[in-house]
Write a protein that binds this ligand. Structure first.
Ligand code: ATP
Ligand code: LTN
Length: 333
């Protein structure tokens, strides 16, 4: 990326409990990157959350809970800016400007919209859900972001943001920096524990699908014990072993050991022993995060102060980009 200023931007929806898929696929990558970029911005994307129905009281609570989770997982407010999307009006204003430079055809190709709408009921879903990727493009482009660390499911959205940025630059002159998704292959798609063919998801039907970041030891042991395995008894990864590959990747990420070393460690030992060790590794890794979370969430005033400081820091960047684009388009007086 040459000598260009490195700006990291990412976000998570405050729409309920976060799971180890969100952690391994996204938040865990964010932590070391704070020290590698010139500017790191983490957003709680509440406007994205309302593209599907939300309970107002729960949504408000979840905004602070998501903020506390960021900090508990290692986002340091001294190094990074954390803010709530809806507190900056530039995001919705930019969405309109980008809407007018994006086609219905390209948005119709976004797979998340297809996944989140019930087949045959597309007409009943909100325009917000359809427009979701444009709001995300606004988030990214307002801050001239270069690095966008996300799970695999969001890659298509980052590419759309890049295409729109390029289109606008071609039409009006250089305004936007082109963003790149940052995706760690082994955990780009942490799969469901009860169904290793689908991604781990908080909207999955069964609680056995995921391990939440706030799950206690007993729940973690129960879910790992019940996790689906492949036929055979060897602890080995491979294309014909989707369940074991997923569990080994999770083990590797939490323990810091390579998949090969873990395979050697459990050679000839069977699934039972592997699973109880995996449960222990997850329990021990989540303990410090859970402890820190309790500390942080109990200080609501402290959290609000962190969010206000974050907003103040990033607001001028968003304001400048938006003003420049409006000027180039020929809006206003
Ligand atoms: P869900 O499907 O669980 O409701 P989501 O992807 O719709 O989650 P977020 O909670 O906002 O929405 O996701 C936050 C981040 O976590 C994104 O970067 C997303 O790509 C990543 N992520 C979500 N699920 C997984 C997964 N199973 N594996 C890897 N990364 C994931
Ligand atoms: N759509 C993303 C959340 C998100 C995001 C962003 C991620 C909204 N705006 C900007 C990276 C950059 C999701 O994870 N579901």
């Amino acid at each position: 990326m040459g000598n260009k200023k490195k700006v990291l931007f990412s976000g998570i929806q405050p729409s309920g409990v976060l799971h180890i898929g969100n952690f391994l696929g996204a938040i865990k990558q964010w932590v070391p990157m704070q020290d590698e970029v010139d500017e790191a911005i983490y957003c709680v994307v509440d406007l994205h959350a309302i593209t599907v129905p939300q309970d107002p009281k729960e949504l408000k609570e979840n905004i602070l809970k998501t903020t506390a989770t960021y900090i508990a997982c290692g986002i340091d407010p001294k190094k990074s800016s954390i803010f709530v999307q809806s507190t900056r009006p530039e995001h919705t204003e930019m969405t309109w400007l980008l809407n007018c430079h994006a086609s219905i055809g390209e948005l119709s190709r976004m797979t998340q919209f297809k996944d989140k709408t019930v087949s045959g009921k597309e007409q009943a879903s909100t325009i917000g859900l359809f427009d979701y990727p444009i709001l995300m493009a606004s988030d990214i482009l307002l801050y001239q972001s270069t690095h966008v660390p996300v799970g695999d499911d969001q890659k298509q959205h980052v590419e759309l943001a890049r295409n729109i940025a390029q289109r606008i630059n071609n039409k009006y002159g250089e305004i936007f920096t082109l963003p790149e998704p940052v995706i760690k292959k082994s955990v780009a798609r942490v799969m469901g524990l009860d169904d290793p063919t689908k991604k781990m998801s908080k909207s999955a039907g069964s609680g056995l699908n995921y391990i939440a970041l706030d799950d206690g030891a007993d729940d973690i042991k129960r879910k790992i014990t019940k996790a689906v395995t492949d036929s055979g008894s060897e602890v080995k990864s491979g294309p014909d072993k989707p369940a074991l590959t997923n569990l080994l990747n999770i083990y590797s990420e939490f323990s810091g050991k390579s998949v090969t070393d873990i395979e050697v460690e459990f050679a000839g030992k069977g699934y039972g022993e592997f699973k109880s060790s995996l449960a222990e590794v997850i329990i021990e890794s989540l303990k410090p995060i859970q402890k820190k979370y309790e500390e942080v969430i109990s200080d609501k005033a402290g959290l609000i102060k962190i969010l206000n400081t974050g907003t103040e820091k990033i607001a001028p960047i968003a304001h400048k980009t938006l003003r420049e684009l409006k000027e180039k388009i020929g809006l206003g007086l």
